[in-house]
Design a protein around this ligand. Structure first.
Ligand code: ATP
Ligand code: MG
Length: 182
């Protein structure tokens, strides 16, 4: 079987399902023996279900390299700390992906970073576009997060916008649930 053309895939929009769509894709790819690296920007300390499950999926490597939520009042960390985490996550993702050992690279919440005035300083969009152009031709790259930039959408082969029709938090005030939201 030939390797096939690597795709640039963007999951964006305000509806729920971007990160979980990327995780579903990871599960599917690993089933075929394709190695997957998922680097999570923003997300840090929390023991999410995907972090706990990752060691059980051969060929799947998950790195949560963020400093936690960046919304005012939700983060103990300063902007420079967040920016350092963004730079380290990008550096790691890029180096590992260029090593050629993965077929799928997932950059979780990177769209949010690129669109954020305080965070984008640490990762100019031009660097991401440059990486996409130079990457190994068979590497699929998945970029998730709200507010994907038009430049990224233009560079992508596949773009899906999740539309929020209903959400239990927004509509019923229900808190995030284990196994569903994290
Ligand atoms: P998931 O990780 O569940 O696939 P996501 O990646 O699409 O969600 P993010 O923007 O990363 O969504 O937000 C993560 C958190 O925000 C999740 O806990 C999710 O349930 C919650 N969330 C997502 N969409 C909405 C919404 N429309 N209203 C309120 N909360 C939301
Ligand atoms: Mg997400």
């Amino acid at each position: 079987m030939t390797a096939g053309k690597g795709l640039v895939i963007v999951y964006t929009g305000d509806g729920k399902g971007k990160t979980t769509a990327a995780l579903g894709l990871a599960l599917r790819a690993c089933g075929h023996g394709l190695r997957v690296l998922m680097v999570q920007f923003i997300k840090g300390g929390r023991a999410t279900g995907e972090r706990l499950a990752a060691p059980n999926l051969p060929g799947f490597e998950l790195r949560a390299m963020g400093e936690g939520f960046t919304l005012p009042g939700h983060s103990q960390k300063s902007w420079p700390e967040h920016r350092r985490a963004v730079a380290a996550a990008w550096d790691y993702a890029k180096k590992r992906a260029l090593s050629g050992e993965y077929r799928v690279l997932i950059l979780d919440e990177i769209n949010y970073v690129l669109a954020h005035p305080e965070l984008a300083e640490a990762l100019p969009t031009a660097q991401v576009l440059d990486f996409l152009r130079r990457r190994p031709s068979e590497l699929h790259v998945v970029l998730t997060g709200r507010r994907a930039l038009p430049e990224l959408v233009a560079a992508a082969d596949l773009v899906t916008t999740m539309e929020a029709v209903k959400h239990p938090w927004a509509d019923q005030g229900l808190p995030a649930q284990r196994g569903i939201d994290f």
